[in-house]
Design a protein around this ligand. Sequence first.
Ligand code: OSB
Ligand code: MG
Length: 366
Amino acid sequence: MKITGVELRRIAMPLVAPFRTSFGTETSRDILLVRVVTPDAEGWGECVAMSGPLYSSEYVDGAAEVIRRFLLPRLPRTLDAQDVGRALEPIKGHRMAKAAVETAVLDAQLRAAGQSFGRFLGAARTRVPCGVSVGIMDSVPQLLDAVAGFIDEGYVRIKLKIEPGWDVEPVRAVRERFGDDLLLQVDANAAYSLTDARHLARLDPFDLLLIEQPLANDDLVQHAKLATQLRTPVCLDESIESAEHAAAAIALGSCSIINIKPGRIGGYLEARRIHDLCRANGVAVWCGGMLETGLGRAANVALAALPGFTLPGDTSGSRRYYATDVTEPFELADGHLEVPAGPGLGVEPIPAVLDEVTTATEWITL
Ligand code: OSB
Ligand code: MG
């Protein structure tokens, strides 16, 4: 079965509320979807690159350009996701773009074979516990209201976005209001430097599960130094772009936990490699998110069901971000999401919804 063509589709998805992190505020997602077409099956890949290069160097227009200009000309025509990474290896970086292409190929391949993402990746459970990422707010009372709402919805773990000036006080307030049993963690998105170590140690008394990416993306050595100065476990997100980076971080002692985001590291096959490496080294992993629609979320939920994913992920329900998802909405039940069991991603875009949010399409014959 040969790939006959690829559609690049851009969709505009307004967020239910602004999402603020230390690197910026998002009010809407401009998302690139990749659809791989064969005579028997088609597959979808959601590119997680954001509008601007603020989380990492990738951004959505750049991803579209690298896909059409450099990745698709090298894409093997045979429907085997294992070959995609190797074929695209000469192109440096652009992992979010590569992940979207490889995921679309894998989805088409699995739909043709009648196998789910979960089964293919090695899922060990049929549902996964869900955490939620809570953005920086204008005030502590506003934050407490937001957290209370998420706890009411059943989320089993709360992650607070932090930055200098919004760290110890909001964490203290959430701990005091919701108690010691709440699973609580923070994410700095690289907003601090090693000179802030003593300040960050003021988070130690709050028994956080972890502090995610306190220092800059390329600071593995400084993260190792910081880790010796904090009781809170250090988790890396932005710093880990490959299994090699994960191995280096583990060897250096830069972190004891890794947030695995398939887009950031080039796809679900690399995600599984990092999972296996971490599991062999006693490093806990959890599944991060990038405000995905149901298409990206479906694959993330399947990944989060692997046995090494021992902490709740940022696998929230569709309505955390979108009033109307492009697929059937993912809805929490008892704080969990069901791993889709159907072929491939196990979810389909709803044609009418997809058309309504589409801002551009481009067909590339291979
Ligand atoms: O650092 O984990 C992050 C969203 C966009 C970019 C980076 C991050 C995030 C989140 C939200 O924290 C994760 C999600 O709920 O999808
Ligand atoms: Mg993060």
